[in-house]
Design a protein around this ligand. Structure first.
Ligand code: NAP
Length: 283
């Protein structure tokens, strides 16, 4: 039976640290504040926003919601972003994505002021992750993978890590962060041949393919540590599931993150932490 790498204790420990930082800033008259910019009412966005608000509140980070209608124009979106960029009371901006297809998400992503880019979406922030310079903030979900491994004392140095997924939001930055920590990393994607053979060779397997239950027994081997980044809602039951088939993995691998209650919980705690750090950096 796998050890469950639950996100709750990790998020609680991070939140405690963030709350201490926030307190020290509030004494100096600064309340770290996150703006959440959302277009439309996608259930995934609403649920992520709720989670972020709850976690930020626990860490003493204020949240301002900037909700735009589904049919907002590109011009209004860019103006709203610029207002948030210019607003001195805002320290971090979370742009919920993907945006509706008719909008230019690329332009919106790049318009964020680098010092407010607390979810690491701009090329500048990603460059910091890729060069290991520590400049900017890493994407919260990618960082959550490494923070979870650290918290549970899972060694990365010298280990074979396989990341399934190469998105700029999760897969690629997670791979870079793992490499920075000394892992030997393989990145897989939809064009990868013999995926099960590659994933079975991993000491640390990060599943971020966005396909419910796609990682089955054929992809897994005893002794592995499996981080399941995927979040999906089962159409029939509404239950949340990951990219990993939990029932297949749990009796086999060494350690596994549950879904829900794994990476997602840590992601929002990192977002709150980045916002407090952005406020501190401004001092
Ligand atoms: P994405 O942009 O759709 O990227 C998915 C990646 O997986 C792509 O690189 C794709 O390859 C690859 N892929 C898809 N099917 C594959 C297959 N059968 N075999 C191998 N690779 C495959 O998704 P994302 O934004 O990175 O998100 C990944 C998952 O994480 C989603 O379930 C999302 O909901 C979840 N997520 C969770 C959190 C959290 O806080 N826990 C945050 C963000 C996202 P190609 O590049 O070749 O298309």
């Amino acid at each position: 039976m796998a050890m469950l790498l639950k996100g709750g204790p990790v998020a609680a420990a991070l939140t405690e640290k963030t709350a201490a930082l926030t307190e020290s800033l509030v004494i100096r008259g600064i309340t770290p504040t996150l703006a959440v910019l959302r277009v439309g009412e996608r259930p995934e966005d609403l649920s992520y926003e709720r989670g972020a608000m709850k976690r930020c509140a626990a860490a003493g980070v204020a949240v301002r919601s900037a909700a735009l209608p589904e049919d907002v124009t590109q011009e209004t979106l860019m103006e709203t972003l610029e207002d948030l960029n210019q607003d001195e009371a805002i320290h971090g901006i979370l742009l919920l994505r993907p945006l509706p297809e008719r909008l230019d998400g690329e332009a919106a992503r790049q318009a964020l002021r680098p010092e407010k880019d607390v979810d690491g979406v701009t090329d500048g922030s990603l460059a910091g992750v890729f060069t290991g310079s520590g400049q900017g903030f890493a994407p919260c979900t990618a960082q959550a993978v490494v923070v979870l491994l650290d918290y549970y004392g899972m060694e990365m140095r010298g280990k074979r890590a396989v990341v399934v997924g190469r998105s700029l939001v999760v897969g690629r930055p997670a791979a870079m962060l793992l490499m920075e920590r000394g892992a030997t990393v393989t990145i897989c994607h939809s064009g990868t041949e013999s995926l099960p053979e590659i994933t079975r060779g991993a000491d640390i397997l990060v599943a971020a393919a966005g396909c419910m239950g796609m990682v089955g027994p054929e992809h897994l081997a005893p002794g592995q540590t499996v981080i399941d980044v995927g979040i999906h809602q089962e159409p029939e039951t509404g239950a949340l599931r990951g990219d990993v088939c939990f029932e297949a993995a749990e009796p086999l691998v060494k350690a596994l993150t549950p879904v829900p209650g794994g990476v997602g919980a840590v992601t929002s705690a990192i977002l709150a932490m980045h916002t407090a750090q952005a406020a501190k950096r401004r001092l």
